[in-house]
Every structure is written in structure tokens, then in C-alpha cells.
Design a protein around this ligand. Structure first.
Ligand code: ZN
Length: 76
């Protein structure tokens, strides 16, 4: 049916967009890092706290215990 094709085309688009994001993340120098609560992965509703680049959103590391405390303090 037509809806199958729609999904296929959306998935193709999604791949293209993911590729673009990857390219941008590879070009980025990750100079501004922030602590953020993000989804563990695309299909997950679980959020995790990570150190990510403020420009390209790429995960660049794990926050320290102190950074997690500070982050949680700021969200309260
Ligand atoms: Zn970056």
C-alpha cells in the first residue's frame, strides 16, 4: 500500500539526515561542551546525562559525579 512506500521514503530521508548530522559532527571541533540530559538512543525513552558538544550535540564524554550534581541542581 501507499503507506508502506511512505514509510520507506521517510526511512530513506532519515538515513540521509543522520548522515548529514554525522558529517557535521565530524567537522565540528567540539569546543563548547555542555552537560545535558539526552535520550539514550533514538528509540529509547530513557534519558541519560552526558557531556555533549553544544554546537553539534555529539556525545563527547561522561560527566563527572560533580558535574552531574551541578546539572541536577540547575534543573531543580
Ligand atoms: Zn561538536
Amino acid at each position: 500500500m501507499a503507506s508502506n512506500k511512505k514509510v520507506a521514503s521517510l526511512i530513506a530521508k532519515k538515513h540521509k539526515i543522520s548522515k548529514k548530522i554525522e558529517d557535521l559532527q565530524q567537522m565540528c571541533e567540539h569546543q563548547d561542551k555542555v552537560i545535558k540530559s539526552i535520550r539514550e538512543n533514538e528509540d529509547s525513552s530513557t534519558t541519560v546525562i552526558r557531556r555533549v558538544c553544544d554546537n553539534c550535540e555529539k556525545i563527547v564524554g561522561m560527566p563527572t559525579q560533580q558535574e552531574i550534581f551541578n546539572f541536577l541542581d540547575g534543573t531543580r
